[in-house]
Design a protein around this ligand. Structure first.
Ligand SMILES: [Zn+2]
Length: 110
């Protein structure tokens, strides 16, 4: 048994809240994990084909091109498996699955 237990049901967030004044996205997971992730961290973790090489997983996005004060233009749920975010830098092709968001929010805690 490791210290990282991830059950299937813990992969769907119970709450996602925008905090535009702090430029943070808050995720509450069913297992009690409650985290605030800076928008920029979420933007840099964009999994789309423009930001990450689909085959090698190599990051293609240059962090220097993402403004420090990047914010969310709009976001919407895609089915019940992902969140689509449109960013103020004009980037809107990223689809963040719950698994992706879970790994972003949990790795940020360390
Ligand atoms: Zn992207």
């Amino acid at each position: 048994m490791g210290c990282l237990k991830q059950k299937e049901e813990s992969l769907v967030p119970s709450e996602i809240n925008r905090h535009d004044e702090q430029l943070c996205l808050q995720f509450v997971w069913p297992d009690g994990v409650d985290v605030m992730i800076p928008y920029r961290v979420v933007r840099l973790a964009c999994p789309c084909a423009h930001c990450v090489d689909e085959w090698t997983g190599k990051p293609l996005l240059d962090p220097d091109t993402v403004p420090e004060d990047i914010a969310i233009e709009s976001m919407e749920l895609r089915g019940n498996y992902a969140l689509k975010i449109s960013w103020t830098d004009g980037h809107d092709t990223g689809l963040y699955t719950w698994a992706r968001l879970s790994s972003i929010t949990r790795s940020d805690q360390l």
